[in-house]
Design a protein around this ligand. Structure first.
Ligand SMILES: Nc1ncnc2c1ncn2[C@@H]1O[C@H](COP(=O)(O)OP(=O)(O)O)[C@@H](O)[C@H]1O
Ligand SMILES: [Mg+2]
Length: 238
């Protein structure tokens, strides 16, 4: 068995020293697509922020490729190969699509390399090529989310973390987003995503963790979770 690319052990994390996440453990294997699912307020974003270094654990350990990153800052985890696309997109509204993308590669110094990656991503996201010179604020919600995803890929992450990318999108766009993430994963990038859209996320994931008020209440293969009566009752209205 290969070693996990990400291993979180007994993680407590929260705000101002008060935990909202209580002792969760999870791991992601190289090449996997793993989903953390749960209701609004369960602690998903807090976990993601802590893994990527925007917050630090109150207790517990986070290993990335065997390195303890619990006390790393976000720019350090990015350098190691972790890219986080936060909830709510956070693109630069007044900057062009192209410029937004280029900023995603800010750890890379070579202009030629940045250009190469830009070209590659515009190939994958043709809708962004058509709008490359427009300011980001002129894009639709779905296009802005595509831009946020593409920008997150500009650093060529080993672990790509996505926070509620389906939020506020219409169903057809959500489906497109899920297809895009599947394709990115098939092309070799390891993905960890969090979603309130439990069914949609589990349909593309290999494995999943269900989180409720800061604790993992269930985990398993995506199939097992999709078939679980508890999960179906609690999150799929069945
Ligand atoms: N900046 C903050 N300060 C204090 N509490 C927060 C802050 N952000 C989130 N929380 C609380 O932490 C808990 C988990 O929130 P969050 O991780 O955002 O959940 P999710 O992403 O699953 O919706 C919630 O109870 C929320 O109210
Ligand atoms: Mg959240």
């Amino acid at each position: 068995m290969a070693d996990p690319i990400l291993k979180v052990t007994d993680l407590f994390t929260g705000y101002d020293g008060i935990p909202v996440v209580f002792g969760i453990s999870l791991e992601v294997m190289p090449g996997e697509l793993v989903a953390i699912v749960g209701a609004n307020g369960a602690g998903k974003t807090t976990i993601m922020r802590t893994i990527c270094g925007l917050a630090h654990p109150l207790k517990g350990k986070i290993l990335f490729e065997g390195t303890d990153i619990s006390q790393h800052a976000a720019h350090q985890t990015l350098k190691l190969g972790i890219s986080y696309v936060p909830e709510g997109r956070r693109i630069f509204a007044k900057l062009s699509v192209e410029k937004n993308l280029a900023l995603g590669a800010y750890t890379e110094n070579s202009k030629a390399e940045i250009h190469r990656r830009l070209e590659e991503l515009l190939e994958i996201f043709p809708v962004l090529r058509a709008r490359a010179k427009q300011t980001a604020e002129t894009l639709s919600g779905g296009e802005q989310q595509m831009l946020a995803i593409a920008r997150g890929l500009m650093s060529r992450p080993k672990l790509f973390m996505l926070d509620e990318m389906s939020l506020g999108l219409m169903p057809s766009m959500v489906e497109k987003m899920m297809e895009t993430i599947t394709a990115i994963n098939h092309a070799g990038t390891t993905v960890l995503l969090v979603e309130q859209m439990v069914q949609e996320a589990l349909e593309i994931a290999h494995r999943g963790y269900v989180i409720q008020t800061g604790k993992i209440v269930q985990f398993g293969t995506a199939r097992e979770l999709l078939d679980s009566e508890e999960v179906r009752k609690a999150y799929m209205g069945m």
